[in-house]
Design a protein around this ligand. Structure first.
Ligand code: FAD
Ligand code: MG
Ligand code: MG
Ligand code: MG
Ligand code: MG
Length: 555
């Protein structure tokens, strides 16, 4: 960022010009400026896939490295080293043929009317005070992620650990080891030792469960050798407010995990809401009977979900999305109402278009001869477009196990279908009436952010084409394949490491399997997903080191 005002003003003028004029003018058009906020999964994936040299990209993020979050729980007990799962952002951008610069700063305000963002440098902030600088953009990509959600529970911020950033994992690791050292000091009563060694995990999602499993393995594999005198005083409690841990997984996995934790001596308390935490005790209320308990603890990990960052909350208010939990975009990942602002990953949610909202229009376009009814032929001509524009239709057909939409319509028509297959609008509506129930919000995962980043980069790689089609694919316009597709998520499956070298895997098609070989699958998938050969080598050597020498406990 060179801050030259004239340069920016010029960019602005060009950007606001009519596109056709630029294209026909003699001079080379100025590169359009893309500003990317965030260097997490969404941002990194965008940068890795972008290869259109016609852009000038400026990355703004308070974190100058990418963090491989799925291995963050492994750092908490020393299975993997912190430095092995981070990749400097400058390593990633220097390899590109695109002009990309990076500013170590945090965006504090978005001004969509003037196509500007305001940023505050995150390095050396004490030397220059609160210096805010502005950056202009032609396109803004928001990939700032989310923050932990405390649900305003008193004492959480002050007394709990979180597991979101690399510092968090390092703090946890130090705290775990310190706890064992502290509990091993002389002159403590057993009560005091028990309190120090009571580890509480709040939230039975994948992160909480994996941390509990990590900690349990650590105690069984290393603590027994290193701190044999206190090993029996260790207690791990997992508090979950709903009826089951790992809610988002298949029942078989949930059951297996609950039983395994039971056998391992991890105290899983279901239906247990945390009402407050002070320096010494954590208070809970049992859902249902309202029974209240306070228990002394040594350390709490709070892992109950995410909420929007202040920047996003503020921006949503500005643009009339104030009561939402994430920034709403259309299926091309454009923030609703803006053609040049995109959002992806944990800070955003894709608003899928409902078939029912457009049903009359779909019918009208399909009914080419204006007869008021649809024939099979008329219908078949738009099936592909409908499935592409409304992915829920395809999902619905799959779940109903019918081959295509014609079958579905025949079903709706009953016996009459045999004689003539023509539908009026009411029959058409009723055939598709259930389809929209298939729409689901995408989960806040690295897998989603990663695919969205790659998708968006592809859009930018082909932006010239896109600009000619600003509304996305012209709906139901034959079967031309040159159009621009809406974002489509492909679920590749999910792992839940459960400790003891066992992992649960849930792959597409509800294929579930749990055991030791899945742990090896986990190792190989996570090794292959590393962003660079450097981190891949580091992670694999950490795993090998741990197998041979155990965890490093020099916190
Ligand atoms: P992030 O990756 O969080 O990146 C946000 C970026 O924006 C960061 O670089 C941040 O510094 C930056 N930023 C923040 N504020 C600003 C600002 N004001 N201005 C500019 N930049 C800003 N998902 C899976 O699919 N599989 C897993 O196994 C898995 N395990 C996980 C384990 C843990 C412990 C955690 C915490 C998450 C895990 N996830 C997993 C979820 C996954 O990490 C997130 O869904 C993913 O990181 C979302 O990507 P993102 O780009 O939206 O946000
Ligand atoms: Mg990101
Ligand atoms: Mg990340
Ligand atoms: Mg999202
Ligand atoms: Mg007709």
């Amino acid at each position: 960022f060179n801050g030259s005002k004239g340069h920016i003003a010029h960019a602005d003028a060009v950007a606001s010009n009519d596109d056709r004029r630029i294209a026909s003018s003699e001079q080379v058009p100025k590169k359009k400026k893309v500003v990317l906020l965030g260097t997490g999964w969404g941002g990194m994936s965008f940068l890795k896939s972008l290869n259109n040299p016609n852009y000038e990209v400026q990355v703004v993020s308070p974190r100058n490295f990418f963090l491989f979050t799925p291995l963050l729980p492994s750092v908490t007990c020393g299975k993997v080293e912190a430095r092995s799962i981070v990749e400097p952002i400058r390593n990633i951008i220097r390899k590109k043929n695109v002009n990309i610069s990076y500013s170590d700063a945090e965006c504090v305000k978005i001004d969509p009317n003037n196509k500007k963002i305001y940023c505050r440098a995150t390095i050396d902030s004490h030397s220059k005070g609160e210096e805010v600088f502005a950056v202009d953009y032609d396109y803004l990509i928001i990939a700032v992620g989310a923050q932990v959600n405390t649900f305003n529970t008193p004492g959480v911020m002050e007394n709990c650990h979180f597991l979101k950033e690399i510092d968090d994992a390092q703090k946890i690791r130090k705290n775990v080891i310190d706890s064992f050292e502290k509990a091993s000091l002389p002159n403590l009563s057993d009560e005091e030792r028990k309190k120090i060694l009571h580890f509480v995990v709040v939230g039975g999602g994948p992160t909480g469960v994996e941390f509990a499993a990590e900690l349990h393995d650590f105690v069984n594999e290393d603590v027994v050798k290193l701190y044999p005198n206190v090993q029996d005083l260790v207690k791990i409690t997992l508090l979950e407010a709903t009826d089951h841990i790992l809610n988002m997984f298949d029942k078989r996995i949930t059951n297996f995990a609950e039983q395994k934790f039971g056998r391992d001596g991890i105290d899983v308390k279901l239906g247990s809401m945390v009402t407050g935490i002070n320096e010494n005790e954590i208070s809970t209320k049992v859902r249902g009977n309202g029974e209240k308990t306070s228990t002394p603890y040594g350390m709490v990990l709070w892992s109950t979900g995410i909420g929007p960052r202040p920047l996003i909350k503020e921006f949503m208010k500005q643009i009339g999305q104030g009561n939402r939990r994430a920034l709403a975009t259309d299926e091309w990942l454009r923030v609703e109402g803006f053609g040049n602002i995109y959002a992806l990953g944990d800070c955003a949610t894709v608003n899928q278009r409902k078939v029912m909202e457009d049903i009359s229009e779909i019918f009208r376009k399909a009914d080419k001869d204006n007869s008021g009814t649809l024939t099979v032929k008329e219908f078949q001509e738009i099936i592909d477009d409908i499935c592409e524009r409304y992915p829920q239709v395809e999902l619905y057909l799959k779940n109903k196990q019918v081959r295509n939409m014609v079958d579905l319509l025949k079903e709706a028509k009953g016996d009459a279908a045999k004689e003539s297959m023509e539908l009026n609008i009411e029959e058409f509506k009723s055939a598709l009436s259930e389809v929209d129930s298939q729409m689901k919000n995408l989960p806040a995962t690295a897998q989603v952010a990663n695919q969205q980043g790659a998708y968006l980069a592809k859009c930018f790689n082909r932006m010239e084409e896109c600009e000619k089609n600003p509304e996305g694919p012209p709906r139901f316009r034959g079967t031309g394949r040159h159009r621009f597709h809406p974002f489509r998520y492909r679920h590749l499956g999910q792992f839940a490491p459960l400790g003891g070298e066992q992992t649960a895997a849930q792959l597409p098609g509800d294929w579930v399997s749990i055991g030791h070989s899945e742990q090896w699958l986990w190792y190989s998938v996570y090794a292959s997903k590393q962003v660079s050969w450097r981190t891949r080598a580091l992670v694999v050597s950490d795993w090998i080191r741990r197998f041979i020498f155990g965890r490093d406990t020099s916190g």
